[in-house]
Design a protein around this ligand. Structure first.
Ligand code: HEC
Ligand code: HEC
Length: 366
C-alpha cells in the first residue's frame, strides 16, 4: 500500500522530471505544449467547412502558418514568399497577368485569389490537387514559382530561431517537417474568410442593393437567351449555373470550358488527366472580391470586368468541350449596355474591404 506521503513524493518527482531541463535547447522542448483549439465561425448562409480530421485548426497552428506563408525562406534565393503572388489588396491574387517567380521566371497562368479557400476544393486552375495540404507542396518546388526543395526549406526554417517555439506550440515538439509546414499553412489559409461584402450585408438585412445592383443580381440568376430561340430563355446572363449562389461562394468549383478558345494552348484539366473530354476545362473560380483580383481567367487575358462580361455576351468560341451552358449557338446573350453595367455593379457588391484589410492576414515579419 502506498502511503499519502509517498504518493505525494512520487507525484512531485513526476512533475519535476517533466519540467526539468538540462540545457537551453531542451528547455524549449520541455515546456508543456497545449495547442488551443480554433473554431471556425461559419458566416450566415455558408455551409460547414470541411476540415481534415488529421489537421484540426489551432490558434498556434494558424499563427505558424501565417509566418510560413509570408516567409521568403520558402524560395530558393530567399526572395519571395507565398504572399508575393497572393497579395491581400488583390484578394490574395496578383494584379499582374503572370506572377514573377524566383530569378524572374514567368509562368503561363494567373495567380488565383485565396478567398474562402476552406470551402473550395480541387485546387489549381486544372483542379490537380485534391486538398490544400497537398496543394501547398507544389509552389515551393515549382521551378517557375519558388524553385526550392523542401529539404532546404526544412533546414532554413530549423535554423531560424523564431520557429522552434512555434512548432512546439502548434505540434507539441520542435521538429520541423514538410508535412507540419503544409498543415500549418493550410490552417492559416482556412482562416481567409470573406463574408462582409455589401452582398453579405444585404443577405443579412443590413444593406439595400441599389436598383442597378439588384437588376444585375437578377440577370446573373436568369437563364440566357431569347425564349423564341432558346428553350427556357429569360434574356438573362446565365452566370448562376457555374457560379452557383448556393454555398455563397459563386462557384461550383467544377471544371468547365467557358468558351475562351476554339483551339487550346493550355489544355486545362485535360492536360493533367489526359481525358479528351476535359481539354480546355478550367476550375470555376469564386467571384468574391472579383473587382480586386484583375486580370481575369487562367491566363489573365481580360484586364477588366467589362471585357469579361463582353466575352460571355458574345457567347464565346465554339469547341468540342464547350459547356452546354454557354449559349453561343443562339448568337450570344444579347445583353443591353445597361444590363452589362448592372451585372458589373452586382459583381462589385461582392467586394469585402474588411477582408483585404484584416491585419490578421498580413505579413507578420514586417
Ligand atoms: C510565383 C507566384 C506564386 C507563388 C510564390 C505562390 N503561388 Fe499560389 N498560385 C500561383 C499561381 C500562378 C496559381 C495557379 C497555378 C496553376 O493553376 O497551375 C496558384 C494557385 C494557388 C492555389 C490554388 C487556389 C485554388 O482556388 O485552387 C493555392 C491554394 C495557392 N496557390 C497557395 C499558395 C501557397 C500556400 C504558396 C506558398 C507555399 C503559394 N501559393 C506560392 C502563384 C504563386
Ligand atoms: C459554363 C460555366 C460558366 C458560365 C455559364 C459562366 N462562367 Fe464565369 N467562369 C467559368 C470558368 C470555368 C472560369 C475560368 C475559366 C478560365 O480561366 O479558363 C470563369 C471565369 C470567370 C471570371 C474570371 C474569374 C477570375 O478569377 O479570373 C469572371 C469574372 C466570371 N467568370 C464571371 C462570369 C459571369 C458574370 C457570368 C455570366 C455572364 C459567367 N461567368 C458565366 C465558368 C462559367
Amino acid at each position: 500500500m502506498i502511503g499519502r506521503q509517498t504518493y505525494f513524493f512520487i507525484s512531485l518527482l513526476t512533475v519535476i522530471s517533466i519540467f526539468s531541463c538540462r540545457n537551453k535547447e531542451e528547455e524549449v522542448e520541455c515546456l508543456p505544449a497545449d495547442p488551443t483549439p480554433y473554431t471556425v465561425v461559419i458566416p450566415p448562409f455558408f455551409p460547414p467547412m470541411d476540415i481534415p480530421a488529421d489537421n484540426p485548426m489551432t490558434v498556434e497552428g494558424i499563427d505558424l502558418g501565417r509566418f510560413l506563408f509570408w516567409d521568403v525562406q520558402l524560395s530558393a534565393d530567399n526572395s519571395i514568399s507565398c504572399g508575393a503572388c497572393h497579395l491581400p489588396e488583390a484578394a490574395f491574387s496578383d494584379n499582374s497577368q503572370f506572377s514573377v517567380g524566383v530569378n524572374g521566371a514567368v509562368g503561363t497562368r494567373q495567380s488565383m485569389a485565396l478567398v474562402n479557400i476552406g470551402w473550395a476544393r480541387d485546387y489549381f486552375w486544372d483542379s490537380r490537387a485534391a486538398t490544400l495540404e497537398e496543394q501547398i507542396h507544389d509552389p515551393v518546388v515549382n521551378p517557375i514559382e519558388m524553385a526550392e526543395t523542401w529539404e532546404d526549406v526544412v533546414s532554413k526554417i530549423e535554423a531560424d530561431p523564431i520557429y522552434p517555439p512555434k512548432f512546439l506550440a502548434a505540434f507539441g515538439s520542435t521538429d520541423v517537417t514538410e508535412l507540419r509546414m503544409r498543415k500549418a499553412i493550410a490552417q492559416f489559409l482556412r482562416t481567409l474568410i470573406s463574408a462582409d461584402s455589401n452582398f453579405d450585408k444585404w443577405r443579412r438585412g443590413e444593406y439595400i442593393l441599389s436598383e442597378s445592383e439588384f437588376r444585375g443580381y437578377e440577370l446573373f440568376l436568369k437563364e440566357g437567351g431569347d425564349p423564341e430561340v432558346v428553350v427556357g430563355g429569360e434574356f438573362g446572363a446565365d452566370c448562376f449555373h457555374c457560379h452557383v449562389e448556393a454555398g455563397m461562394q459563386f462557384s461550383d468549383y467544377l471544371p468547365h470550358n467557358n468558351g475562351l478558345d476554339a483551339v487550346f494552348t493550355d489544355l486545362g484539366v485535360g492536360g493533367f488527366t489526359g481525358d479528351p473530354l476535359q481539354m480546355g476545362k478550367f476550375k470555376t473560380p469564386t467571384l468574391r472580391n472579383i473587382e480586386l483580383s484583375a486580370p481575369y481567367m487562367h491566363d489573365g487575358r481580360f484586364s477588366t470586368l467589362e471585357a469579361v462580361v463582353e466575352h460571355y455576351n458574345s457567347g464565346g468560341q465554339p469547341s468540342e468541350t464547350i459547356d452546354p451552358f454557354m449559349k453561343y449557338t443562339s448568337g450570344g446573350l444579347t445583353l443591353s449596355p445597361q444590363s452589362k453595367a448592372d451585372i458589373i455593379n452586382f459583381l462589385k457588391t461582392l467586394t469585402d474591404t474588411s477582408f483585404v484589410n484584416n491585419p490578421a492576414f498580413h505579413n507578420p515579419h514586417e
